[in-house]
Design a protein around this ligand. Structure first.
Ligand code: AMP
Length: 420
């Protein structure tokens, strides 16, 4: 094949059936779980004033290196959203819905990343956020929502990692302790981590680079810096998860990539995927973010799940099969009139997946297409059937004779056949 004139940009994919069918099923499962839990869907724009995202934290890679930002024709500095929590908080600050406000979302995000399997420049997320409550039981409820979603789509090999970042003062003290520790161990850090250290020592804990791992493992633990209130809240989350039967691993190094988190943070990893891209979702509390975006000082908590990556995790354990999309019935019509078109339309309106061969092909060619389509039954309308207002119902697989039915009985006859 000749080289095409254009190709999809690096880091993007052309998603096609059956991948799209499975993603749709995944999003529908999430929508249902979120609706049952009292969340309403919010769809913010895909681009915002760049400031909305800069507030996430200027020391983060997402903002610092990966943002798709540009000036629009009106001279505004716009960025494509790299995630949706900041957008949801902007919506809250602008619209001021009643609290606690429970929002779920679905859609594309954009990050200028080094593309590889499971890491793309455009990727979909589903997520949920609650603004307006510090109740730690809510943290548990949110984690449970994500967990029940994974269970619902049949993903079993998922591990919940849990940590508490404490309150801002705890975190500041901890950050200083980390700075001192990493500075003492500079020689054992990669060049990238040494650079990160200058910007934010906490971020070094996020490194997945192998040579950094021993140093990170031996670093001071955040739990030794937690205030009494933060410790009590964290214990409450743990006992809540235990009561709901949701297993978790306390992971002191889990500080998450974004600056705005405090107290509970969590990540879901799929051990079946490559270690560098095995996070299928994550989230945490962000009690200062809404105020940081110019809104009221309302606490928040949320998570995002990577749709693309969760699908890869499903592949690794044969979960989430593609929903059926092949036609159930094929209409074979060789009459002069529009009988075939009418029968197809009637079947579709009755909720049956029905298709036909276009272009007035021969009976033989149409039967061949019918057999290839995967349909279980054909509706056959030749010139004689058309004159008599009848159709043949012909099984395409296995045994069974063709029967003849009146026009108005086509749908019923096909339904009866499919239910057998
Ligand atoms: P984050 O917003 O970075 O916490 O990401 C939440 C989830 O989105 C991750 O756990 C991944 O599953 C997914 N994700 C993040 N970045 C990417 C990416 N570049 N490509 C595909 N999935 C991603």
């Amino acid at each position: 094949m000749a080289q095409p004139l254009f190709q999809a940009p690096p880091g993007t994919r052309d998603l096609m059936s059956p991948v799209t069918d499975r993603m749709r099923a995944m999003v529908a499962a999430f929508a249902d779980e979120a609706t049952k839990a009292g969340f309403g869907q919010v769809t913010p724009p895909m681009f915002e004033d760049v400031g909305v995202f800069v507030r996430i934290g200027e020391a983060t890679d997402v903002v610092n290196k990966e943002l798709y930002a540009f000036e629009d024709k009106g001279g505004r500095t716009i960025a494509l959203r790299p995630e949706q929590t900041a957008s949801i908080c902007r919506v809250f600050a602008q619209r001021r819905p009643l609290t606690p406000w429970k929002a779920w979302y679905y859609g594309a995000n954009f990050r200028y990343e080094q593309a590889q399997k499971g890491r793309y420049r455009q990727f979909d997320q589903v997520g949920a956020e609650v603004i307006g409550s510090t109740d730690p039981d809510l943290d548990t409820e949110l984690i449970a929502l994500a967990w029940r979603f994974y269970q619902r789509i049949g993903l079993t090999n998922v591990t919940l990692l849990l940590n508490s970042l404490g309150d801002p003062d705890d975190r500041a003290a901890y950050t200083e302790a980390l700075r001192a520790y990493f500075t003492d161990n500079l020689d054992n850090l990669t060049a990238q981590s040494r650079e990160t250290l200058g910007r934010n020592p906490l971020r070094v804990m996020d490194s997945k680079r192998e040579p950094d791992q021993t140093t990170i493992r031996n670093a001071p633990h955040l739990r030794d810096f937690l205030s009494a209130e933060a410790s009590t809240a964290f214990e409450r989350v743990q006992s809540g998860l235990t009561a709901l039967g949701i297993p978790f691993e306390i992971t002191p190094r889990l500080v998450r990539g974004l600056d705005y988190y405090n107290r509970t943070t969590f990540e879901f990893v799929a051990p079946g995927l490559d270690a560098a891209q095995n996070a299928v979702g994550g989230g945490g509390r962000y009690d200062g973010l809404v105020a940081n975006l110019g809104g009221p000082d309302e606490p928040g908590i949320g998570f995002a799940i990577g749709v693309d990556r969760t699908l890869l995790a499903c592949d690794a354990e044969d979960a989430l099969p593609a929903p059926a999309t092949a036609p159930e019935v094929w209409v074979v019509a060789t009459s002069e009139g529009v009988e075939g078109l009418e029968a197809t339309d009637r079947l579709r309106r009755a909720g049956i997946r029905a298709d036909r061969t276009e272009g007035g092909r021969s009976m033989k060619a149409q039967m061949k297409a019918a057999n290839k389509s995967g349909a279980a039954v054909a509706v056959v309308i030749g010139p004689d059937e058309a004159t008599e207002n009848r159709a043949g119902i012909k099984p395409l697989r296995g045994q069974g004779d063709q029967i003849s039915v009146a026009d108005e009985q086509i749908v019923q006859a096909v339904q009866e056949f499919l239910e057998q």
